[in-house]
Design a protein around this ligand. Structure first.
Ligand code: HEM
Length: 413
């Protein structure tokens, strides 16, 4: 089975010609490294004529991904930034990540006050306490799931802080956001469109309530207040599904941080000696945070659509084409990163990774994610706790999010 093949020899120009790099099983099995090495070498701008998503181009080298990211006029984010098309039922909840300027510029600018360094410094105090108490509560005498005990509660709590939500809304937000992207069917989170609509309306009404409560209070800097204060978005309450979409975008984007918080455990476990380096020198924490994101690439790809015929490398791409930037490949590009497959917190250029994208859509939550990772590493070091994986990590089936469904670990003395 090709998705299990992490051997370079399997990939010849013949197999690359018929390759669909997006097969989600390959990412779930973590067996995509050799395929991307071959693509970077043999076909760095690769065309797949037929896939479940339709035809698409893959960009796999660091340099080419940067070129696509930085030309947002030719490589548009309007409507969609994932490989598959989003069905029209979900269109109403689009947000600025799937918009081009000027809408993108206005809406992104509106939420920036919620992400300033000053505000994050304040939030960091509470987050440190949260992480400390979660670590202190971990079982010492039995195995546990890192995703359930640490990665999820930390990221959920961070989102709750960014929106300044009361406890009952914090616990309902992940459900609301999940329903928003669910196609109703038997056995799914919602079974019918009516049921889905009822949940979405509850979500919408709650946000409108918070909006009207907060818009007069200009001292507030949470995301909902910031949107209501900005002249560019002060009317968003008249288009409440846009508000729902914007809140869901930020809450959903946070899932990437969960992948990084879990990926850090896998990285340190699989690379003996790296944790000891950190124990000896805490000055390495910031570089370790960059290296975790480079190595894990929590967001696997983003997609753009060409607005005109263009060229990347040697390939001419027609107008209206899907172009997929594989961050997981750019982050392992041997032209930029020496021994690129290795996790190495001493790497001198770890911060050149593409994990947060680049250009006008560069991750808005980068400093949030880095804060979460830094606090986790600091608190783990303080606790003197050492962790080891008890069984192979279980990854989710996705070609978009490099996340874990389960990470069974135990503490070692
Ligand atoms: C390690 C964790 C994270 C990674 C690897 C990550 C990665 C990314 C990537 C690759 C993009 C697209 C960039 C592009 O298209 O050029 C993005 C966009 C975005 N991220 Fe993150 N992200 C992380 C955490 C977060 C967090 C914690 C938040 C907010 C709480 C967040 C909010 C956003 C938003 C709102 C956008 C859309 C930006 C725009 O279109 O202007 N991200 N992120």
């Amino acid at each position: 089975m090709l998705y299990g093949a992490d051997k370079e020899a399997v990939w010849s120009s013949k197999t690359l010609a018929v390759l669909d790099p997006s097969l989600p099983q390959r990412f779930q099995h973590n067996s995509h490294a050799a395929m991307f090495r071959a693509l970077r070498r043999e076909a760095p701008v690769h065309f797949c004529p037929d896939s479940p998503y339709g035809p698409y181009w893959s960009v796999t080298r660091h340099e080419d991904i940067l070129a696509v990211e930085r030309d947002h006029q030719v490589f548009s984010s309007e409507n969609n930034i994932i490989i598959g098309d989003v069905s029209p039922e979900f269109d109403v909840t689009r947000a600025f990540a799937t918009s081009d300027p000027p809408t993108h510029t206005q809406e992104r600018r509106a939420v920036l006050p919620s992400f300033t360094r000053k505000r994050l410094q304040v939030l960091a105090v509470g987050m440190r306490q949260k992480i400390r108490s979660l670590l202190a509560g971990l079982p010492r005498d039995r195995e546990f799931d890192w995703v359930e005990e640490i990665a999820s509660p930390v990221t959920n709590s961070m989102v709750g802080e960014l929106f300044d939500l009361a406890p009952e809304d914090r616990s309902r937000l992940p459900y609301w956001c999940e329903v928003l992207v669910t196609t109703p069917e038997p056995g799914a989170l919602v079974q019918s469109w009516e049921e889905r609509q009822a949940v979405v309306e509850t979500f919408r009404d709650r946000l409108l309530h918070l909006w009207s409560d907060r818009r007069e209070d200009t001292r507030r800097q949470d995301v909902i207040a910031a949107l209501s204060h900005s002249p560019d978005t002060a009317q968003m309450n008249h288009n409440p599904m846009r508000l729902v979409g914007t809140v869901a975008l930020i809450a959903g984007a946070n899932e990437a941080a969960r992948g990084a918080l879990s990926g850090s455990i896998v990285a340190f476990h699989q690379t003996p000696g790296q944790w000891s380096l950190l124990e000896q020198d805490r000055g390495l924490i910031d570089n370790a945070v960059s290296e975790i994101v480079r190595w894990q690439s929590p967001i696997i790809h983003m997609r753009r659509t060409t607005t005109q015929e263009t060229q990347i490398g040697d390939e001419v791409i027609p107008e209206g084409a899907r172009v997929v930037m594989w961050y997981c490949s750019g982050n392992r590009d041997e032209r930029v990163f020496e021994d690129a497959e290795d996790f190495n917190i001493l790497r001198y250029n770890a911060d050149k990774h593409l994990g947060y994208g680049s250009g006008i859509h560069r991750c808005l939550g980068q400093h949030v994610a880095e804060m979460e990772l830094r606090l986790l590493l600091e608190e783990l070091l303080d606790s003197q706790m050492r962790l080891e994986l008890v069984e192979p990590p279980q990854r989710i089936l996705s070609n978009f999010s490099a996340n874990y469904s389960k990470l069974v670990v135990r503490t070692v003395a």
